[in-house]
Design a protein around this ligand. Structure first.
Ligand SMILES: NC(=O)c1ccc[n+]([C@@H]2O[C@H](COP(=O)([O-])OP(=O)(O)OC[C@H]3O[C@@H](n4cnc5c(N)ncnc54)[C@H](O)[C@@H]3O)[C@@H](O)[C@H]2O)c1
Length: 295
């Protein structure tokens, strides 16, 4: 199955990164979002990233130009019909994703592969919005996409071997490390990470240590590049909560109960770096402890 042209749907934090790495590896990419502003923001992020590579001497100017030249930005979903693979990276909302897949099923010829970058929603369920569960898989990237090496290749209940193989070949071509994971809530990495995070929230609620000291402890004691609170703010707290809710809804086990502190922060609209405040306050341009909330 030869994959030449890839549509990436959702030009946000993840979608723009996925479009960049695909184009850098030589694929023709169509980057789609619902409005011009989102598409422009995604393209600007890619340009900035590539320019950073040039400034550091890691990338030739000509390669930057060629990579950008391989990406078409659009708001037209119908362009999916000319692509061999569609990678969906829209908001972490099951209904929104299912609606999108229903539309894609109408637009795309039967041979087109569908892959979701969902953080936690079972692939088997998403695939039911289509008539091609055999050609549907999870392709789960980690942020920031151009930097993080891992891709979880998730096999839904009905995903065919040929689909898994095609996704693995793409993963290899873009220089990432692929691991095969069976479908399940949170897949592998987010499930393990959610368990760790829940214990961290318990420690915070019990007053074992402060947010800053918990972050320092896991960075300098366990060698994590970012502490759990810093990472949560970086990824977006609504995504962390969506993962926690998925684990809770599916396992029905108290150990997966989402932390009240996380739920309250998301409800207040503080989602991390992107909104200026999350576990920390970034409004001054620097990361500072918060003094304005009662967790
Ligand atoms: N942020 C992370 O670290 C991370 C890591 C792995 C996976 N993910 C997953 O990737 C997906 C995207 O996350 P993100 O952080 O890039 O979010 P984001 O909010 O930065 O971007 C989402 C984009 O999707 C667009 N969108 C929404 N509905 C759409 C539709 N129907 N059609 C086209 N575009 C639509 C939005 O306009 C937005 O630009 C989610 O499923 C998330 O769980 C995120």
């Amino acid at each position: 199955m030869e994959i030449k042209r890839i549509m990436v749907i959702g030009a946000g934090f993840m979608g723009s990164g996925i479009a960049q790495v695909m184009a850098a590896a030589g694929y023709d990419v169509v980057l789609m979002d619902v409005a011009d502003g989102f598409v422009r923001k995604g393209m600007a992020a890619i340009e900035k990233n590539l320019a950073g590579g040039v400034a550091k001497g890691k990338l030739a100017e000509a390669d930057k130009t060629a990579t950008l030249g391989r990406i078409i930005a659009t708001t037209e979903l119908a362009r999916a019909k000319d692509c061999d693979l569609v990678i969906e990276a829209i908001i972490e909302n099951k209904q929104a994703k299912m609606d999108l897949y229903r539309q894609l099923e109408e637009i795309c010829p039967p041979h087109v592969l569908f892959a979701s970058n969902t953080s936690s929603i079972p692939i088997t369920e998403l695939a039911t919005a289509t008539k091609r569960p055999d050609r549907f898989a999870g392709m789960h990237f980690f942020s920031p996409v151009p930097v993080m090496k891992l891709v979880e290749i998730i096999r839904g209940l009905k995903t065919a071997d040929a689909t898994v193989q095609a996704i693995k070949e793409i993963t290899d071509r873009i220089g990432k490390v692929g691991v095969f994971v069976k479908d399940g809530p949170g897949f592998l990495v987010n499930r393990v990470n959610a368990a760790l995070r829940n214990e961290v929230y318990n420690c915070l609620a019990e007053g074992v240590a402060t947010i800053e000291d918990i972050d320092k402890a896991l960075k300098f004691g366990l060698g994590h590049p970012m502490g759990p609170f810093e990472l949560g703010d970086f990824v977006g707290l609504e995504i962390g909560l969506a993962v926690a809710e998925t684990l809770w809804d599916n396992f029905k086990d108290p150990k997966w109960r989402p932390a009240l502190s996380l739920r309250k922060l998301v409800a207040s609209g503080d989602l991390g770096r992107k909104t200026g405040k999350g576990w920390y306050d970034y409004t001054s341009g620097e990361k500072k402890p918060r003094t304005d909330i009662n967790l």
